[in-house]
Design a protein around this ligand. Structure first.
Ligand code: PHE
Length: 384
C-alpha cells in the first residue's frame, strides 16, 4: 500500500480558523518566556522572591571566597536576582508594581550585604598585611623645612645683642602717626617725612604701615623706666619702587639703650663689637648724618677692603659698606615719651636686615627674598 501523504493546506481552513491561528495561537507558541505546557502560578513567583530575600538575610559568608560565591549566586549574570527579575514579564499588570518593589528590596539587600562584607574582608586583609610590616625598618624621612635667609640673618643679629644684655621688644606693624613720626621728633610738615613715604589706612585716619622700627623706641620708653636696653626686630614698609636693591617691605632691627651717663663712646663700642661678631670686620667708620630723633647722628660703615672684585663692587671702590644709622637719642624724644632728659641719656641705632642677608649669602636680587620660590628657599636648609 503506497504511503498516504496528507497535505494540510492553510488556505483550506475557513477564515475564522485562520484568524484564530494567527492572532490567538501563534503568539502563544512563539513567545519565548511562556511555558505553554505549564503556566506558572503567580503566588509561586512571589513566594520564590520572598524566599530568596530571606535566604540572603540568613547567609553569612565567612571569608572572601565564600563572599565571591555569594556574589555569583545572587548578583552574577546568571544569578538569582537576575532570573527573578526576568519573571516580571509574566506578572499581570496590576501586580507588576508590587513585584517591582519586591525586586528592589531583593537587589538592595543582596548588594548591601555584598558591599559591607567586601569592605570588612578588605580591611582585615589590610591589617593582616600591616602585621607583616617590618617594625625594625628605618622610617620614611619627613621633609624638613628651612629657615628663611632673612630669619637666619635676624637670628644672628639677635644672638649677638642678647649676649650684650639687650632684650627683644616688639610693636605693631600698623602704627599710628604719633609713634611712627611725631614722637620721633618728625612732626607733620617735617621734610624728613618725605624720605619715608608709606601706605596709609584709608578707613582709619592717622594709621599707617610703620616705615621703621623706631616707633618701638617710643612705645618702650612710654611704658618702662630706664635703664632700658632693648632691640626690636620687625617688618617695615615704604612706598618705594621695587628693584634689585629696594622693596616696599623689608626688615629692620632697632636698638635702644637709655640710662644715666650713656655716651657716644658706648654707642661706638657696642657697634664695633657687633660688626666684628657679625662680619668679622676689622674696623668701623662713623660718618656724620641726620635723623630727626637722634643728635648727633651718624651712619656706620664696615671695612671690607677692595682686595676682591666682589668687595670692590659692593663698596663702590671705597672699601666701606654702609650698614646702619645711629645716634644719641634726641632729648626731645625722651621728653615726648616721659623720660627726664636732664637725668638720662641714651643711644639708638637701626639697621636693615635684607642687605645683610644679601651680602651674607651672595644673593643678587632682594626680590628673591619675598617671592617664596621653594627652589630658592630650599638652598638654605642647612642654615641655622
Ligand atoms: N629709623 C632710621 C631709618 O629707618 C634708622 C635709625 C634708627 C637711625 C635709630 C638712628 C637711630 O632709617
Amino acid at each position: 500500500m503506497p504511503p498516504v501523504s496528507i497535505e494540510i493546506n492553510y488556505w483550506n481552513f475557513d477564515i475564522s480558523l485562520r484568524i484564530l491561528l494567527i492572532f490567538e495561537i501563534l503568539p502563544i507558541l512563539i513567545h519565548p518566556s511562556i511555558n505553554i505546557h505549564k503556566p506558572p502560578l503567580m503566588s509561586d513567583i512571589f513566594e520564590k522572591a520572598e524566599q530568596t530575600i530571606a535566604a540572603i538575610a540568613a547567609e553569612t559568608p565567612a571569608n572572601a571566597e565564600a563572599l565571591e560565591a555569594f556574589r555569583i549566586r545572587y548578583l552574577g549574570t546568571k544569578g538569582l536576582v537576575k532570573s527573578l527579575m526576568e519573571e516580571m514579564r509574566q506578572v499581570p499588570n496590576e501586580q507588576k508594581r508590587a513585584y517591582g518593589q519586591l525586586m528592589n528590596t531583593l537587589k538592595q539587600q543582596a548588594e548591601e550585604k555584598y558591599q559591607s562584607l567586601k569592605a570588612d574582608f578588605e580591611a582585615q586583609a589590610e591589617s593582616a598585611a600591616g602585621q607583616a610590616f617590618d617594625l625594625t625598618a628605618p622610617g620614611e624621612p619627613l621633609p624638613l623645612g628651612s629657615r628663611h635667609p632673612v630669619a637666619v640673618t635676624l637670628n644672628r643679629i639677635v644672638d649677638i645683642f642678647t649676649r650684650m644684655g639687650f632684650s627683644v621688644a616688639d610693636g605693631p606693624e600698623i602704627e599710628d602717626d604719633w609713634h611712627n613720626f611725631t614722637a620721633m621728633n618728625t612732626p607733620e610738615d617735617h621734610p624728613a617725612r618725605d624720605m619715608q613715604d608709606t601706605f596709609y589706612v584709608v578707613d582709619a585716619p592717622g594709621m599707617l604701615l610703620r616705615t621703621h622700627t623706631s616707633p618701638v623706641q617710643a612705645r618702650v620708653m612710654e611704658q618702662r623706666k630706664p635703664p632700658i636696653r632693648i632691640i626690636a626686630p620687625g617688618r617695615v614698609y615704604r612706598n618705594e619702587t621695587i628693584s634689585t636693591r629696594s622693596h616696599c617691605q623689608f626688615h629692620q632691627v632697632e636698638g635702644l639703650y637709655i640710662d644715666e651717663g650713656v655716651s657716644f663712646a658706648d654707642l661706638k663700642q657696642t657697634l664695633l663689637y657687633f660688626a666684628q661678631e657679625m662680619f668679622g670686620a676689622t674696623k668701623i667708620r662713623l660718618r656724620p648724618s641726620f635723623f630727626p630723633f637722634t643728635e648727633p647722628s651718624a651712619e656706620m660703615d664696615i671695612w671690607l677692603g677692595t682686595d676682591t672684585e666682589k668687595n670692590y663692587r659692593l663698596t663702590k671702590g671705597t672699601g666701606w659698606l654702609e650698614i646702619l644709622g645711629c645716634g644719641m637719642v634726641d632729648p626731645q624724644v625722651l621728653e615726648n615719651c616721659g623720660i627726664d632728659a636732664r637725668k638720662y641719656s641714651g643711644f639708638a641705632f637701626g639697621m636693615g636686615i635684607e642687605r645683610q642677608a644679601l651680602r651674607l649669602y651672595e644673593i643678587g636680587d632682594i626680590r628673591l627674598l619675598f617671592e617664596n620660590d621653594v627652589r630658592f628657599l630650599r638652598q638654605f636648609s642647612s642654615a641655622m
